[in-house]
Write a protein that binds this ligand. Structure first.
Ligand SMILES: C[S@@+](CC[C@H](N)C(=O)[O-])C[C@H]1O[C@@H](n2cnc3c(N)ncnc32)[C@H](O)[C@@H]1O
Length: 239
C-alpha cells in the first residue's frame, strides 16, 4: 500500500512505504526515493534542502561547499548533486545526529561519484576556516547563528546563501512601524552584505515547506575582499 504523504512541510519521517509517491525519473524524485528507503529524515528537510540548493546553485558555482549548522548534512550533499562544479563539501554541526551517517551512506551508494567528497565535521562552526573560493550555505541556523555565518562568509569574501529562522527581533528597530520585526532583521542582513560589496538576491522557498522561507543569497562582487582575521582551522584547505 502506498503511504499517503502529508504536506511538504511535514515533520513526519519519510519511510520506504512512501517511495511510490515519487515515481518520476527527475533528480528530485530519485533523491526522494533514496531518502525514503534510508528511513531517517523528515519530509520537510528534503524539500528545504532541495529548494535552497536549487536557488543557491543558480548564483553560486564551483568552490568547496561549506554547509554550516548542517544537522544531517543533506544540503551539502544536494549542492554537489545538483551541480557538480564543486570538488568537495564539508558539513559542520556541533552535534552530529545519529542518522547523519545513515543518510550519507544511502546517498553515496546511490551516487558513487559523491563518495569521499563530503566530510562531516562535528564541531563549532566558529572554528571552521573559510576561504574566498568557498560557497557557504546554511538552512535554519537559529537566531544570531545566521549572523555568525554571514560574518564568517563575509570575513573570507566567500559566496553565501542562508535560510534564516528564529530572528532575534528589536522592538525598537527604526523600521518597526512599517514592517514585521523579523523582516527588519533580514533586511539588515541583506544591507550588510550589500555594504560589503556583495550582489544580493532576496528570494523565497515555497511557504508550504516552511513559513521561515526567506532566502538570502550573497554573490561576492568585485569590491569584496577578505577582511576578518581567520579563526583556528578544523578543516583542511580546499584543493
Ligand atoms: C535548526 S537546526 C538546523 C539543522 C539543518 N541545517 C536543517 O535545516 O535541518 C540548527 C543546527 O545548528 C546547530 N548549531 C547550533 N550552534 C552551533 C554552532 N555554534 N556550531 C555548529 N552548529 C551549531 C545545532 O546543533 C542544530 O543542528
Amino acid at each position: 500500500m502506498v503511504e499517503h504523504l502529508g504536506a511538504p512541510g511535514s515533520r513526519k519521517r519519510l519511510t520506504p512505504g512512501a517511495v511510490e509517491n515519487f515515481p518520476g525519473d527527475g533528480l528530485f524524485e530519485r533523491l526522494a526515493r533514496v531518502i525514503c528507503v534510508a528511513n531517517c529524515l523528515p519530509r520537510k528537510e528534503l524539500h528545504e534542502a532541495w529548494e535552497t540548493a536549487r536557488r543557491a546553485r543558480r548564483r553560486l558555482k564551483g568552490g568547496r561547499v561549506v554547509d554550516l549548522a548542517c544537522g544531517h548534512g543533506l544540503l551539502g550533499y544536494v549542492m554537489l548533486l545538483i551541480d557538480d562544479t564543486s570538488p568537495s563539501a564539508i558539513c559542520v554541526d556541533k552535534r552530529k545526529p545519529a542518522s547523519a551517517s545513515t543518510l550519507a551512506a544511502a546517498l553515496e551508494a546511490a551516487w558513487p561519484r559523491l563518495q569521499g567528497r563530503v566530510t562531516y565535521i562535528e564541531g563549532k562552526l566558529e572554528d571552521v576556516e573559510i576561504h574566498a573560493s568557498d560557497v557557504v550555505v546554511s538552512a535554519h541556523a537559529c537566531g544570531g547563528l545566521t549572523d555568525r555565518i554571514l560574518d564568517k562568509a563575509m570575513g573570507a569574501g566567500a559566496g553565501v546563501c542562508v535560510l534564516p529562522c528564529c530572528q532575534r527581533v528589536d522592538p525598537h528597530h527604526p523600521l518597526a512601524g512599517w514592517i514585521a520585526p523579523e523582516l527588519a532583521v533580514d533586511i539588515d542582513r541583506a544591507a550588510r552584505l550589500r555594504a560589503a560589496g556583495y550582489v544580493v538576491r532576496a528570494q523565497h522557498i515555497p511557504v508550504e515547506i516552511t513559513p521561515k522561507n526567506r532566502l538570502l543569497i550573497g554573490v561576492p562582487g568585485p569590491r569584496v575582499v577578505a577582511s576578518a582575521p581567520l579563526g583556528p582551522s578544523i578543516s583542511p584547505r580546499p584543493p
